[in-house]
Design a protein around this ligand. Structure first.
Ligand SMILES: Cc1ncc(C[n+]2csc(CCOP(=O)(O)OP(=O)(O)O)c2C)c(N)n1
Ligand SMILES: [Mg+2]
Length: 789
């Protein structure tokens, strides 16, 4: 149901000058044309080699042409950052083209290789895209966490604060509000009192398949207001508002307000005749309505009845400019999906494309001459010089690069290895970070940690005790003030360097994405570290993928992991995450066994996340305390640890067997190796710190034409020698090693979960204990003998 306008309690509007309004209206027309033409060109005019529909979203684009024109050509300031709903990409590219930031060549290759991207992409489209979008809902949530990141930097004076803060703006489709991550983000944002945030909802009441339920949307205002947001509803344009003031006009308003979404959409599609029929049927008893109907021919009636505020430039500008404070604001802008196009309002229009005839007729309406389809000003009523001058004066034009080139943060040459003869990697992580927190190392000021309600149980406690929790306001640690003894000191202040999040893992990844883009977005780099339980990576996996896709840089510490957290049991055990770590572009995965390895890797990660061609890093850690090797790590060993593997026990030349282990199963591998070595004295024991790096290097070696790390290590064995791999993860994580140098492999690992127990029971049940390794070694040796003689 179309709802009644509840105007925002914003300030007195500033009227746009007529001159500006004329220019913006002309530009809007061109934006609509170019976005439509770009899609048409890609689908109908470009050679098609594979017979696939190219696609593009003409209807979704038309829906936001007014809103985006208003934003990009008038409202946005250089410091503002925007996430555009994914399927409005053509509108975005058209806008950048008119601003001189996008080439015609790329528009012509829209959705083609190297062309303008189907969905706005930071990494593929470059500079002009502030936040990538594609998976609906995530771009919207991202703006909220970017706003928090901006507050974090400004409150600490890590960025200049003489200028005003940027507004973080999302242009969202209405159906994006179906995504749970939006609500998770809203609640988190309320807790952190986020500011400078605008969500502009393209309220066309249509999703991909359907017209949106009337009842669902009855609650939007209340929801945002409950979270402390201002809600500004842009419902009717000036034509309709004028009609409502005519005699009996209020009946027209009531009729539209009560009109179900599906009927309104269907009538938009049918046009003037359809409106007339329904209005005659329902409102004929009011003379004023009969006069309105008589005054409008079908075309004019269609114009009137579709005159929603989201397509009315003056109304849109008034609403945007009226908001001058930093309160988060949700604009609900009523629009029509496919506005101005032949399939406007049709429920099946999401993937609809205009055919050649429709496009030709649209071109005639737009007065675009044949051959001038890409011309920026062709067919517009205003002189080209006036428009060019207008474009030059747009606040965004000529404002310099949108991305900051933030200085790198120097990382110390080494991190002190936590002391102790028996340690778990999780404990080592806690101590490493605690030591950094206690030090006065300059780089520590750039570290920010965050965790979804597992700060203490992932061992961030020592760090937080040193560095405090971030909050906009100073808040005392009540337990401490009341002298209640606790190991955790939780004072909150703007100086705090830990952002405590609620349990939603999706928020964790969006927060890491925002912190991880602090350099390019705001001008100062942060070194973000997020901790969570390894299996719950899956809960936020799409947001993690989203963060990596936009090349945000952060360190993810997933702990505890695997069945090694034995008594914790089933639902907390992770199996496939190392494969995720290998398969996720933009993320390098590590699973060290020892504290000294972790110290080397964490230091490396602080640099890696700052390298231009670097990646984010994922550490899979364990709560299992194990005996630590007594050794000093020399530079060669450090390099090998980073490269992914080294011989913990060197094999004899041409050895017949090696055991390769990764992570917390090191004691079982060592024990098995000791037994095996009695029969096969030259057997090797390979420590693997990163299946991911090893695998990548193996593939890259083929292209480089050298042997690569894994092959160089394994060719120390005799050709076809037996190899047993073992780890607390899916066996596929390492089974590929058999192919590197043609070894006879028996991969051990975990392929189920769901059992509590202690480590001996579980390792036995899942076949990764010492006996299982010995059995596998015997089998591998027998097979190797049979195969290679
Ligand atoms: C997570 C996710 N699920 C599904 C899709 C496929 N999809 C793309 S657009 C869309 C509907 C969007 O509707 P709305 O947000 O209202 O946009 P508009 O009406 O403006 O096209 C869907 C389901 C997607 N992009 N991301
Ligand atoms: Mg919609």
């Amino acid at each position: 149901m179309l709802r009644t306008l509840e105007g925002g309690r914003a300030r007195k509007p500033r009227a746009a000058t007529n001159d500006k309004l004329e220019c913006l209206t002309a530009v809007e027309r061109k934006v609509l044309w170019l976005s439509t033409w770009m899609i048409h060109n890609a689908n109908h005019l470009r050679p098609n080699r594979d017979g696939l529909k190219v696609g593009g979203h003409q209807a979704s684009s038309a829906s936001v042409a007014t809103l985006m024109t208003a934003l990009y050509f008038d409202v946005l300031r250089p410091q503002d950052r925007v996430a555009v709903k994914p399927h409005a990409s053509p509108v975005f590219h058209a806008i950048q083209y008119l601003l001189g930031q996008q080439t015609r060549d790329k528009l012509e290759r829209f959705r083609g290789f190297g062309g303008a991207q189907s969905y706005p992409s930071r990494s593929k489209d470059g500079e002009t895209v502030d936040f990538s979008t594609g998976s609906v809902g995530l771009g919207v949530g991202m703006t909220l966490f970017a706003s928090l990141a901006q507050d974090y930097l400004r409150l600490k004076r890590l960025v200049p604060t003489d200028g005003p803060p940027g507004r973080m703006i999302a242009l969202a489709g209405d159906a994006e509000l179906d995504e749970g991550n939006i609500f998770e983000a809203l609640l988190e944002g309320w807790k952190h009192d986020v500011r400078n945030l605008w969500w502009v909802i393209d309220y066309n009441r249509q999703s991909l398949d359907a017209v949106v339920s009337d009842r669902l949307f009855g609650r939007i205002d209340a929801l945002f207001e409950m979270m402390g947001w201002r809600v500004v509803t842009l419902k009717y344009g000036r034509l309709l508002e004028a009609a409502f003031t005519r005699p009996d006009g209020h009946h027209l308003r009531e009729w539209i307000d009560a009109c179900p979404n599906s009927l309104y959409s269907a009538l938009v599609y049918k046009g003037g005749e359809g409106w007339r029929e329904h209005l005659h049927r329902d409102l004929n008893r009011y003379p004023g309505i009969r006069t309105i109907l008589d005054d409008h021919d079908d075309a004019a009636l269609q114009r009137l009845m579709t005159n929603l505020a989201g397509h009315d430039m003056a109304s849109v500008l008034t609403a945007f400019h009226a908001v001058e404070d930093d309160r988060p604001t949700c604009f609900i802008a009523y629009t029509i999906k496919g506005y101005g196009l032949p399939f406007a309002g049709h429920k099946d229009n999401h993937a609809g494309l205009m055919n050649q005839d429709q496009m030709a007729s649209f071109g005639r309406n737009m007065a675009v001459p044949d051959g001038a389809e890409w011309e920026p000003f062709a067919g517009l009523d205003l002189p080209a010089e006036r428009l060019a001058e207008f474009l030059e004066g747009v606040p965004l034009a000529g404002s310099g690069p949108r991305r900051h080139d933030a200085a790198a943060v120097a990382v110390p040459p080494s991190l002190p290895v936590p002391r102790g003869t028996r340690l778990s990697t999780q404990e080592a992580f806690g101590r490493l970070l605690g030591d950094i927190g206690a030090s006065d190392a300059a780089f520590a000021a750039h570290i920010v940690t965050t965790s979804p309600d597992v700060t203490v149980s992932t061992n961030l406690g020592p760090w937080v005790n040193r560095r405090g929790i971030f909050d906009r306001a100073e808040r005392a640690d009540t337990f401490r003030e009341e002298h209640v003894v606790s190991a955790q000191r939780w004072a909150m202040s703007p100086q705090g360097q830990h952002v405590e999040l609620g349990i939603a893992e999706s928020n964790l990844f969006l927060q890491l994405a925002a912190f991880g883009l602090a350099g390019p977005l705001f001008g100062t780099r942060l070194l973000p570290i997020g901790t969570l339980y390894d299996p719950f990576i899956k809960r936020g996996l799409d947001a993690l993928n989203y963060a990596c896709y936009q090349d945000a840089r952060f360190i993810l510490v997933a702990t505890p992991s695997g069945i090694t957290l034995a008594p914790e049991g089933g639902a907390h055990q992770s199996v496939g995450e190392p494969l995720t770590g290998m398969a996720q572009p933009g993320l390098t995965a590590f699973e060290p066994a020892y504290a000294d390895e972790l110290a080397v890797l964490l230091r490396w990660a602080f640099e890696e996340i700052q390298r231009e061609t670097g990646e984010s890093a994922y550490f899979r850690l364990s709560t299992r305390p194990i005996d630590q090797p007594r050794r000093k790590i020399d530079p060669d060993l450090a390099d090998a640890i980073v490269a992914g593997a080294y011989w913990l026990r060197e094999p004899a030349p041409n050895a017949e067997l090696a055991i390769a282990y990764c992570g917390a199963v090191a004691p079982e591998a060592l024990a098995a190796h000791q037994v095996v070595a009695e029969d096969i004295p030259g057997a090797g024991l390979l420590a693997i710190t990163s299946p991911d790096r090893l695998h990548r290097d193996w593939r890259a070696a083929g292209t480089r034409g050298d042997r690569g790390v894994a092959e160089r290590l394994l060719t120390r064995l005799r050709p076809g020698a037996a190899l047993v791999t073992v780890g607390d993860f899916h066996p596929a994580t390492l089974s590929w090693l058999g192919a590197v140098a043609g070894n006879t492999i028996v991969p051990l690992g975990v392929d189920r979960f769901g059992q509590s127990g202690d480590i001996p029971d579980l390792y036995r049940a899942y076949g990764i204990d010492t006996d299982a390794i010995l059995d596998a070694a015997a089998r591998a040796c027998l097979t190797a003998l049979r195969q290679t003689g």
